[in-house]
Design a binder for this molecule. Structure first.
Ligand code: NOJ
Length: 501
C-alpha cells in the first residue's frame, strides 16, 4: 500500500454516519463508520448462462460435461435467476439495511470470447442497471472482477497457467473500469486465488483434471502479475476520487498447531504461509517474492525430484516492483479453523502441493458443525487470523469480504445467528482490544446459491431460495432479522455468545 493512512482516513470519513451507536450503553458496538454488507458471485446466483450474448465459462463447461463432479449434478444454468430477479435482490438488501453489496461481474457475460474483440451490450446493460438500482436505494456496490468464472475460450489456451491471460485480464478490467468506473468506488480484482488455483488447477474444481504442485503455482503466478498490472492501471488512469479503492480478496482459515510441540508450531506457520502468505507476501512484504518458506521448500523439493528449475516461478525485477504495495486494502474471507501437524512423507517423483507443504490438517471433533464438511464453527480463529495479519504485514487496512455458514434448508436458523454473533464478537475484540485495522464485514451470502461442486446442497443464505419455483422465490430466514438489526444499529444484541472468544 502506497497510501495506507489516506485509505484509513478515507474509509472513516466516507462512511461516517450520523447515528452514533456507542454512547453509554454496555452493548458491544462497532464504530459508526464500520460497514456491514452481504456478498454473492455471478456464477452462483445469476443463471441466464446462455442468454443475450453471454459466452460459455469454465463452470458452464464443467457442470455440463462432468455432472458427476457436482454433488447433486446441479448447474448454474438458472441458479437463483438473479439475472432476471436482481431488483428483488436489491429490495432484500434494502430490507436488511446494509451499506454495501459485494457482487462479481461475469467475464463471459461482458466479453463472450474472453477478449475485447466483442463487447456484449447486454452484459454492460445488466450491470449498469444493477448498479443504478443499488444507488437508488443508497447501497454502495463493491465489485469483484473475477470470481472463478473464466471464459472457456481462455481456458482452451491454458487458462491461468498461461502467462498471456494476465494481459487479457488487464483488457477485461479496462472494459469494466471504462464502463463502470464512474459509478463504482470499490473494486476487488480477484476472489480467493488460493481456492481457484489450488482447487481448480490442483484439485477437482473447474477446470479440473490439472496438475497439483505445478499448475497451481503457475496459476498463482499469473494471477499475481495480473493483479499488479490492473492495480497499477487503476492507480494511473482511473483513481480520480480519493474514495476510489482497489483490493484483492484472499481466504485465510486460521491454522492452529495440533499440539504444543515445536514441530507442530512450525507446521502451523508453514501452512499459514502456503495457504495464505502465497498471495499477500509479494504484495505486502519488502522482499516482494513468495514467502521464504515456500520458496525454500518448493525449490528444494523440485531439486530432489530432479527438475532443472523450481516449480515455483520467479518474478522479474519489474514485476516485484509492480507487486510491492499493489493494494489499497486486503479483502479477507474467513470461515473456519484447522489444526496442523508435521508429517514426513517419502519422496514422491510426482509433485504435489501437499507434499511441498508437508503438513497434515484436521479439525477437532467437538467443534460445532455446519452443513459443509470443512466448515466448523471456531470464532476465536477469526481473532487470531486478524492478529496474525496485523503482526505479519504491519496492520494493513482489512475488509472482511466473506464470513458465513451453511445449514440445512428452513427459515428457523438459530445456529446461523449464533455463528454470526460469535464471529462478530471475535471481530469486535480484534478491533477494539487488539487494534486490528478492520473497516467492514460481509456476510456470505445474501441468498442461497450454487455452492460449486456441492451444488445446491449447502445453503449459506440469509434468505432461502425456493429452487422449485420459477421465480426462485426468496424468503427471509430468522438470521436476516438478526443481521439487519446489527447492520442498522452497529451493535450486537445483549446476549452472551455460546462460543469462547
Ligand atoms: C468462498 C467463495 O468465495 C464462495 O464462492 C463460496 O460460496 C463460499 N466461500 C462458501 O464456500
Amino acid at each position: 500500500m502506497d497510501r495506507p493512512w489516506t485509505v484509513a482516513l478515507m474509509f472513516t470519513l466516507l462512511w461516517m454516519q450520523v447515528n452514533c451507536t456507542t454512547g453509554t450503553t454496555s452493548k458491544l458496538c462497532f464504530p459508526s463508520s464500520f460497514m456491514f454488507g452481504v456478498a454473492t458471485a455471478s456464477y452462483q446466483i445469476e443463471g441466464a448462462w446462455n442468454v443475450s450474448g453471454k459466452g460459455e465459462n469454465i463452470w458452464d463447461r464443467y457442470t455440463h460435461t462432468r455432472p458427476e463432479r457436482i454433488f447433486d449434478h446441479g448447474t448454474g444454468d438458472v441458479a437463483a435467476d438473479s439475472y432476471h430477479q436482481f431488483r428483488q435482490d436489491v429490495r432484500l438488501l434494502k430490507e436488511l439495511g446494509v451499506r454495501f453489496y459485494r457482487f462479481s461481474m461475469s467475464w463471459s457475460r461482458i466479453l463472450p470470447t474472453g477478449l475485447t474483440n466483442e463487447v456484449n451490450p447486454d452484459g454492460i446493460r445488466y450491470y449498469k442497471e444493477l448498479i443504478e438500482e443499488l444507488h437508488k436505494n443508497g447501497i454502495e456496490p463493491l465489485v469483484t472482477m473475477y470470481h472463478w468464472d473464466l471464459p472457456q475460450s481462455l481456458q482452451d489456451l491454458g487458462g491461468w497457467t498461461n502467462p498471456v491471460i494476465a494481459d487479457y485480464f488487464v483488457d477485461y478490467a479496462k472494459v469494466l473500469l471504462d464502463n463502470f468506473g464512474d459509478r463504482v468506488k470499490f473494486w476487488l480484482t480477484f476472489n480467493e486465488p488460493l481456492s481457484f488455483c489450488h482447487d481448480g488447477y490442483g484439485g477437482s474444481d473447474a477446470p479440473g483434471d490439472r496438475a497439483t504442485g505445478m499448475e497451481d503455482y503457475l496459476c498463482g503466478h499469473t494471477v499475481l502479475r495480473a493483479h499488479a498490472a490492473v492495480y497499477r492501471m487503476f492507480q494511473r488512469d482511473y483513481n480520480h476520487r480519493i474514495t476510489d479503492l482497489m483490493g484483492i480478496t484472499l481466504d485465510m482459515a486460521w491454522i492452529e498447531p495440533a499440539s504444543t510441540s515445536a514441530e507442530d508450531k512450525e507446521a502451523a506457520e508453514i501452512t499459514r504461509q502456503f495457504f495464505f502468505g502465497w498471495f499477500p507476501h509479494p504484495i505486502f512484504s519488502k522482499q516482494g517474492d513468495y514467502p521464504p518458506v515456500m520458496r525454500k521448500r518448493i525449490d528444494e523439493m523440485s531439486k530432489r525430484q530432479n527438475f532443472t528449475r523450481s516449480r515455483l516461478p520467479h518474478f522479474t525485477k519489474e514485476e516485484v516492483k509492480m507487486l510491492r504495495g499493489a493494494c489499497d486494502f486486503l479483502g479477507l474471507n474467513h470461515y473456519t479453523t484447522y489444526l496442523a501437524k508435521r508429517v514426513q512423507r517419502p519422496l514422491s517423483p510426482i509433485p504435489s502441493f501437499d507434499d511441498d507443504m508437508g503438513v497434515q490438517l484436521s479439525q477437532k471433533a467437538d467443534w460445532p458443525k455446519s452443513n459443509s464438511t470443512w466448515l466448523k464453527v471456531v470464532p476465536w480463529g477469526l481473532r487470531k487470523t486478524l492478529n496474525w495479519i496485523k503482526g505479519t504485514y504491519g496492520n494493513p487496512p482489512v475488509f472482511i469480504t466473506e464470513n458465513g455458514i451453511s445449514l440445512e434448508p428452513g427459515l428457523r436458523d438459530p445456529r446461523r445467528i449464533n455463528y454470526i454473533d460469535g464471529y462478530l464478537r471475535a471481530l469486535h475484540a480484534a478491533l477494539t482490544k487488539d487494534k486490528c485495522n478492520v473497516y467492514g464485514y460481509t456476510y456470505w451470502s445474501l441468498i442461497d446459491n450454487f455452492e460449486w461442486t456441492r451444488g445446491y446442497s449447502e445453503r449459506f443464505g440469509l434468505y432461502e431460495v425456493d429452487y422449485s419455483s420459477k421465480q426462485r422465490v426468496r424468503t427471509a430466514r430468522q438470521s436476516a432479522e438478526y443481521y439487519s438489526s446489527v447492520a442498522t444499529t452497529k451493535c450486537l444484541p445483549d446476549k452472551v455468545s455460546g462460543y469462547k472468544l
